[in-house]
Design a protein around this ligand. Structure first.
Ligand code: SF4
Ligand code: MG
Length: 336
């Protein structure tokens, strides 16, 4: 069966300067050749530090801007060069929940109108009685009282507002929801509630989620597979259990070493990376991670590693993959 979403060699480069006085233009290589798939009903988490390009991937998938090159394919149909009609259907099938529920809700609109808007725009109800029926059903789905449809966004808590944003996304009857740091701004206990809600909805409605987050502890509860980004590229893609137990990329190992273990007081052996993430304007040659990698060797400075598959549907982009197993320090489980 074909995947619901396919992203093929996606690039998004922003021109930031140059051309003036005949100077050479400069570009931000925000996303630089990213490919992945999301199956129906699956959660794929896209993780990495801020500035790695994960939100740009999310916005490209949502078709919020034109991409530089590559393909975004929904259910076998290309969206990067789609007609207006196709895009209208696409906008119904792929919805989004952003980080800040306050700024993404119109403060002057009552919840009823916020939820009725997509139902009307996408022609999903034949009468206003049917709109009301759908609005009530949405309130039930996200665990808000039906009477609350008469209220304005500011009359709700942060967690409740995020429930409204989820209801608005669901109003369009989507197959995929892009969640861009959707729980990151919420308090710890509220975070867990919203994560549970998303999981329940996913099971009930068969939704696929592209869950963009810098918070690996949340991702571990949430996801089926994980894709790790560094400086505009994917460095590792694997099923959750595989990735958390035996990460194969040195960058993933460093990220995971900072995630608390479930047992109280337990901690993995911390891997501290030297230096900062380099600028995406002038990314390092060869492996983009070589300036910070504790395992870098000569080849890493000149040749870019490609994503290669290992048993367990486990992809990673690292030259250590080409070493004999006995010499590859990445095949051991993460030390705790
Ligand atoms: Fe480190 Fe080299 Fe692997 Fe890059 S290719 S992650 S620099 S060992
Ligand atoms: Mg972001």
């Amino acid at each position: 069966t074909r995947p619901l979403l396919e992203v093929n060699d996606l690039k998004k480069h922003y021109r930031i300067a140059g051309g003036l006085f005949g100077g050479k233009p400069s570009y931000v290589y925000a996303v630089d050749g990213v490919s992945f798939e999301v199956a129906r009903g699956e959660t794929l988490s896209l993780v990495g530090e801020s500035g790695c390009g994960k939100s740009t991937v999310g916005r490209a998938v949502l078709r919020l801007f034109d991409i530089t090159s590559g393909q975004v394919v929904l259910d076998g149909q290309r969206m990067d060069d789609a007609s207006k009609d196709t895009l209208q259907t696409f906008r119904r099938r792929v919805q989004v929940v952003f980080q800040d529920p306050f700024s993404s809700l119109n403060p002057r609109m009552k919840v009823r109108d916020i939820l009725a808007e997509p139902i009307r725009n996408f022609g999903l109800a034949r009468s206003s009685a049917e709109v009301d029926e759908r609005v009530n059903k949405l309130m039930d789905l996200v665990g808000l009282p039906r009477e609350a449809v008469k209220r304005l966004p500011h009359q709700f808590s942060g967690g409740q507002r995020q429930r409204i944003c989820i209801a608005r996304a669901l109003a369009a009857e989507p197959e995929l929801i892009v969640c861009d740091e959707a729980v990151s701004a919420l308090d710890v206990s509220v975070k867990a509630q919203i994560v549970n809600l998303l999981q329940d909805l996913q099971r009930e409605l068969g939704l696929a989620l592209l869950f963009i987050s810098h918070d690996l502890a949340i991702v571990e509860h949430m996801t089926h597979r994980v894709a790790v980004m560094y400086l505009g590229k994917l460095v590792e893609v694997a099923p959750k259990r595989e990735l958390f137990a035996a990460p194969r990329h040195p960058y993933t190992r460093a990220l995971l070493s900072a995630v608390p273990l479930p047992e109280p007081g337990a901690q993995r052996e911390r891997i501290i990376l030297k230096g900062d993430v380099p600028s995406p304007v002038n990314p390092p040659k060869g492996c983009r991670f070589h300036t910070r990698c504790p395992h870098a060797f000569e080849r890493c400075r000149v040749e870019e590693p490609e994503l290669k598959i290992a048993p367990g549907d486990h992809w990673s982009a690292c030259h250590l993959n080409d070493l004999p197993l006995a010499e590859n320090p990445m095949v051991t489980p993460l030390a705790s």
